[in-house]
Design a protein around this ligand. Structure first.
Ligand code: SAM
Length: 277
């Protein structure tokens, strides 16, 4: 086996998704760089791969100091495999600093592709696949969540996020506030027994996950911005409803931001409704 760094994808739920090439590389590599050595050793045992190797922990909190050590291992003539706990290394997982250092050192780098949760989810969603943006994990705080979504609002691309079950309702609600009533999708437990992918209007998804407690790992997706999203909305009816709940200024602001109507048009109609009362 040629000395170098091998980026090896592992399954995201179904053990049978490991490739023959991944097994070959993991069996022959002398050093395994992995996030959690316990998780990777368990995987090796399940796959029947020998544990007589040097396992080096490489995670988000030690990558800076571990990367040069791994580079040294390769330079000394060893073959190193990089894996994450599950799926494709480097995708919302550590590794890019290591790859950068290996490239600078002129090390041979090879990828052994396989499962990647975001790609599997996009395939299952029925949302457009010609252009997409993966934005990683959604922040956990309410304001941070909306600030995170805001710059993505008018992107003509399917938006893909990693999410965890206990937070999905809050993310759906924040997504509704920022993106409006678009089609969205939640793919969970991909490649596992209870794999499912629900694609529907955001209100339907909110209802679904309010009634049924969400479980398992998830990928959350939002349909691309469509300049015509407000075509089917009855602006006068919406304004009447919002004006009954809040001030004219706040009602106009919310409708403009959420449904992308022209601000002057909304403001003038709001004034007319107020004056007619
Ligand atoms: N690098 C991995 C990949 O791209 O395949 C992802 C690692 S990231 C730390 C873990 C996140 O990926 C989970 O929180 C979830 O959002 C997503 N994920 C991983 N496995 C999944 C699965 N089987 N079904 C749905 N989402 C999954």
């Amino acid at each position: 086996m040629k000395k170098g760094l091998y980026i090896v994808a592992t399954p995201i739920g179904n053990l049978n998704d490991v490739s023959a090439r991944a097994i070959e590389i993991l069996s022959n590599a002398e050093v395994i760089a992995c996030e959690d050595t316990r998780v990777t050793k368990k995987l090796f045992s399940l796959l029947g791969i020998s544990l007589k190797k040097n396992f080096i922990a490489l995670h988000n909190f030690n990558e800076e100091e571990q990367a040069p050590k791994i580079v040294e291992e390769v330079m000394s003539g060893k073959s190193v495999a990089l894996v994450s706990d599950a799926g494709s290394p480097l995708i919302s997982d550590p590794g890019y600093k290591l790859i950068k250092k290996c490239k600078e050192a002129g090390i041979y780098i090879c990828t052994i592709p396989g499962c990647c949760a975001l790609v599997c989810a996009l395939q299952l969603s029925g949302l457009p696949t010609n252009r997409f943006m993966f934005a990683g994990f959604i922040p956990n705080k309410e304001k941070a969540r909306k600030d995170f979504f805001e710059p993505l609002k008018k992107l003509d691309a399917t938006l893909i996020f990693y999410e965890t079950a206990p937070r999905i309702l809050k993310s759906l609600q924040a997504a509704k506030d920022v993106f409006g009533n678009r089609e969205m999708s939640v793919a969970r437990e991909i490649t596992k027994l209870y794999e499912e992918c629900l694609t529907a209007d955001v209100d339907e998804l909110i209802l679904h996950f309010s009634e049924k407690e969400a479980k398992g790992e998830m990928v959350f997706m939002v349909a691309p911005f469509d300049g015509d999203v407000n075509e089917d909305i009855d602006l006068e009816k919406l304004l009447l409803q919002k004006l009954a709940e809040k001030s004219l200024k706040d009602a106009v602001k919310e409708i403009v931001e959420t449904y992308k109507f022209n601000k002057n048009e909304v403001y003038e109609l709001a004034l007319k409704i107020k004056n007619d009362k």
